[in-house]
Design a protein around this ligand. Structure first.
Ligand code: GDP
Length: 444
């Protein structure tokens, strides 16, 4: 099982919350310790682990529990979402050049699976209907060229070679012009791997990159090397500038550190992963699925998501009912404006009502300012006036008093009273429409 140790390490965190009613600062201490330990054992780098744990614990005590969701399930969901974020959020697609050929330059240390990836990638792109060509640029190991030729034959993709006596940048240049002649869509360039990073290797890569102007420069790294892989991605990016990484050998007993650290440490995404020795074993890196696999709790995740969705709907229902049932005197008006203010943003509230028109931030600010003015006027009304808006409608003296006491103009008071009556009418209309099904915009 991929990342099995990490999965079971995290499991002990959830288990410690079994039987708890809520998530508190106190009862998440132990589970957070488990999460921290599990990540460190998976070879995630320490600063990454620290940030991760901090963020998860902040959220854990910050969120209210969704009804029906237990604290341990809630924590699973928080950790899941944070893992997805850690791995870059969205899948990071390969980029293709506007005019063919797209050039993909592959770099990597010896033995990481770079040659295999060349052929796998050609195979992958060929299945998407793209014509490919491989360029053998690893001139230091004749065996590497032979291997690439064999793999190219296996997947049915031409391999351009010049043997070992020509400079890699020269091979690259010639290979590229050959590809242009043949109207190839994607050119994949294999480069020399060394056992360790050295200056010669970097200089050669820089030369080849300069000649090719590649759309993608991908560093192939071995998942078994954990956080070391993330460090390599950082170094190569600083030295030659890369667009992403390909993580190989994810099928082995790797611990997860590389998959979890690369994006966070280097800022560069993992674009593809190798999950076996066969030519078919290359696929895009989906942070979402990866997080799901690590947690191994797909059912819990979808349950929590559904519960959250239901909760959002119930909130909206509740709000709708409140608006509908109000016979709308100034007390209701005040209650609602305060409820809205407490909820923070009008946008959110309006957004919760299905079918309601979208509003701009400027409109929201304006609305919030108006609410403050209204509130000031309602606050100085007598209880009687609040319950019977008619009193104010009929008496200029009362309106004058409210205006003076609240520091607003008589005109503003009149407007407020008129608005309340308009609102009553609109509520009634809205109710009628809602019974019929659809809801119009409230913005007149
Ligand atoms: P290079 O030196 O970087 O070109 O590495 P190779 O492509 O020659 O691969 C080195 C070894 O790793 C070979 O035996 C490959 O079959 C193996 N290998 C490459 N990718 C994967 C992978 O995703 N999973 C597994 N299990 N083995 C792989």
């Amino acid at each position: 099982e991929m990342f099995g140790q990490l999965t079971s390490g995290l499991e002990s965190a959830w288990n410690k919350l079994k039987g708890e009613e809520v998530l508190t600062k106190e009862n998440i201490v132990e589970p957070m310790r488990d999460i921290r330990r599990a990540l460190l054992e998976a070879d995630v780098s320490l600063p990454v682990v620290r940030r991760f744990v901090q963020s998860v614990s902040d959220q854990a005590v910050g969120v209210g529990l969704v009804r029906g969701v237990k604290p341990d399930q809630q924590l699973v969901k928080i950790v899941h979402d944070e893992l997805v974020k850690l791995m870059g959020g969205e899948v990071s697609e390969l980029v293709f050049a506007k005019s063919a050929p797209t050039v993909i330059l592959l770099a990597g240390l010896q033995g990481v699976g770079k040659t295999t990836v060349c052929a796998k990638l050609a195979n992958y792109l060929k299945k998407q209907g793209k014509s490919c060509m491989l360029i053998a640029g690893d001139v230091y190991r004749p065996a590497a060229i032979d291997q690439l030729v064999i793999l190219g034959e296996q997947v049915g993709v031409p391999v351009y070679t010049e043997g070992t006596d020509v400079k890699p940048s020269e091979i690259a240049r010639k290979g590229l012009s050959e590809a242009k002649k043949k109207n190839i869509d994607v050119v994949i360039v294999d480069t020399a791997g060394r056992l360790q990073i050295d200056k010669g290797m970097m200089d050669e890569l820089k030369d080849v990159k300069l000649i090719l102007n590649p759309t993608e420069v991908l560093l192939v790294v071995d998942a078994m090397t954990g956080q070391e892989a993330a460090a390599l991605v950082t170094t190569f990016n600083l030295e030659i500038g890369i667009t992403g990484a390909i993580l190989t050998k994810l099928d082995g007993d790797s611990r997860g550190g590389a998959a979890l650290s690369v994006k966070e440490v280097s800022g560069k995404p993992i674009k593809l992963v190798g999950r076996g020795e066969r030519m078919e074993d290359l696929e895009p890196f989906y942070p979402n699925r990866m997080a799901g696999r690590i947690l191994g709790m797909g059912d819990v995740l979808s349950f929590v998501e559904k519960a959250q969705e239901v909760m959002r709907q119930e909130d909206a229902e509740e709000l709708k009912k409140k608006i509908m049932s109000a016979n709308f005197d100034f007390n209701d008006f005040l209650k609602q404006t305060r409820a809205v203010a407490k909820m923070g943003s009008m946008t959110r509230v309006i957004g919760m009502i299905p079918g309601m028109a979208k509003v701009t931030p400027a409109q929201v600010r304006e609305a919030e300012k108006n609410l403050k003015i209204m509130e000031a006027m309602i606050e100085v009304m007598t209880p009687e006036e609040r319950e019977k808006p008619e009193l104010l409608a009929e008496s200029p003296e009362r309106r004058k008093r409210v205006a003076q006491a609240s520091g607003k103009t008589e005109q503003q008071v009149s407007q407020l009273v008129a608005q309340l009556f308009q609102m009553r009418v609109r509520m009634k209309n809205l109710m009628g429409v809602m019974e019929g099904g659809s809801i119009p915009s409230l913005s007149n």
